[in-house]
Design a protein around this ligand. Structure first.
Ligand SMILES: C[S@@+](CC[C@H](N)C(=O)[O-])C[C@H]1O[C@@H](n2cnc3c(N)ncnc32)[C@H](O)[C@@H]1O
Length: 395
């Protein structure tokens, strides 16, 4: 019988041919870290109490006024013992998750590379471009503390960044994205099928596809569509392509390309999708990439972007502060910028009409949910599988 209110165990995630091998201790480490992550969402509840009962009154007593900005709140709460413990545990959990994943994949880097090569050899559906430049904003940080981020190659033909990401994302999300970590892609596919039952896209583009978690449910749901998935990281694409073939999905071409300047013709796609992508792109690039989306989309075409929940005017200062923790402490520096942008302004600036803008909420479809999780679990701010989806139909 499943233990009540613990995350599912790592063993339950789907094992395709590219998934790294793990031994007992490595799985135990992943399971411990997933549970610790989930527990820390409970510990985080004390931060609000610390703010209301200690931090805010002490600030007011000293300054004769309320805390007025997220920056002031950050400074004031940083001296509170409860916040310090939670914050350092959360940071350490992410560091440990990255090191746990890295030690798993580095010891089998050659075997993983060879497996990917076996799948990828001679296939026209993987197009790598050695001249593709990784954008400066990606080179500048190790995204969510992942050493070497998405692009670094330690051996020729390396796939370890993707193998680490694939095996360990379960830990960060405590298993809430499903067996294939594709709960976002599944949710958006269901929404599109239900909302536009006659939509039959011929060409679909996924930008910043990573190792393909969320583009595959789309490709599977529209088997007659030509799907192109682009990313600047070669290790991600090698792994994504091999994984897709092993899972029997053959209608996706993975291409190494910068989403800000693609090689595709004007108005050549019926659907352009991104999932958890924009919050990892640097400030100005968000606009350049959305302009490219507008250029590539056919009139009548659909574009949708699954993102972090945006800040709203009625959101409390504390809520903004806690949602921004990852930006300052988890190597997600562009996350704040995305929170601040109004999606409607971004889309209008890129050419879309205000009246064509749409915004919906989406929750991951989780085939790992066996009903043992409590419905009233506290939210793990910014890491919960509940997203803001914005987009438009181009007219
Ligand atoms: C969080 S991952 C995306 C996850 C993926 N969409 C999924 O569904 O699992 C962000 C990805 O965007 C890629 N990326 C960032 N900027 C890019 C750009 N300008 N063009 C193409 N890919 C980019 C990174 O290399 C990384 O693989």
């Amino acid at each position: 019988m499943a233990a009540k209110n613990l995350p599912p165990v790592w063993n339950k995630i789907a094992k395709h041919a590219m998934m790294p091998e793990t031994n007992h201790d490595e799985r135990a480490r992943y399971n411990f870290l997933a549970s610790l992550n989930k527990h820390l969402a409970h510990v985080s509840q004390g931060n609000k109490m610390a703010y209301e009962k200690r931090v805010e009154p002490a600030f007011k007593a000293k300054n004769g006024r309320d805390i007025a900005s997220v920056e002031e709140l950050q400074e004031a709460i940083s001296k509170d013992a409860h916040y310090q413990i939670w914050s350092s545990l959360r940071r350490s959990t992410m560091e440990m998750r990255q090191q746990a994943g890295r030690s798993i994949v580095l010891r089998q880097a050659e075997e993983l590379r060879d497996k990917a090569e076996e799948f990828n050899k001679g296939k026209s559906t993987l197009v790598l471009d050695p001249n593709c430049k990784v954008p400066e904003y990606l080179l500048a940080v190790d995204n969510h503390l992942m050493p070497g981020s998405y692009h670094t190659e330690l051996i020729e033909g390396d796939v370890t960044p993707a193998a680490n990401y694939d095996s360990g994302i379960f830990v960060t999300t405590a298993g809430l994205l499903g067996r294939y970590n594709d709960g976002g892609g599944k949710a958006i596919t269901s929404w599109v099928k239900k909302t536009y039952p006659d939509f039959a896209p011929k060409r679909i583009l996924d930008i910043g596809c990573g190792m393909g978690h969320n583009v595959l449910p789309i490709a599977k749901a529209f088997p007659n569509a030509e799907v192109i998935a682009i990313d600047t990281g070669a290790p991600m694409l090698r792994y994504a392509h091999a994984r897709a073939l092993d899972l029997g999905i053959t209608n996706v071409t993975f291409m190494q390309m910068d989403a800000a300047k693609t090689i595709f013709e004007n108005e050549s796609f019926d659907w352009i999708q991104s999932t958890m992508f924009f919050h990892e792109t640097g400030g100005k690039s968000i606009y350049t990439i959305m302009e490219e989306v507008y250029r590539l989309l056919k009139p009548g075409g659909l574009t949708l972007h699954i993102e972090q929940p945006q800040y709203t005017e009625d959101m409390s200062l504390f809520e903004k502060f806690i949602r921004d923790w990852d930006a300052l402490n988890n190597s997600e520096p562009y996350w704040s910028k995305m929170h601040d942008i109004e999606p409607i302004d971004l889309m209008q600036a890129s050419g879309f009409r205000k009246e064509d803008f749409m915004q919906i909420g989406a929750k991951a479809e989780n085939d790992l949910d066996d009903g043992t999780q409590k419905a009233d679990e506290p939210e793990d701010h910014g890491r919960s599988p509940i997203w803001n989806v914005f987009g438009a139909i181009k007219n």
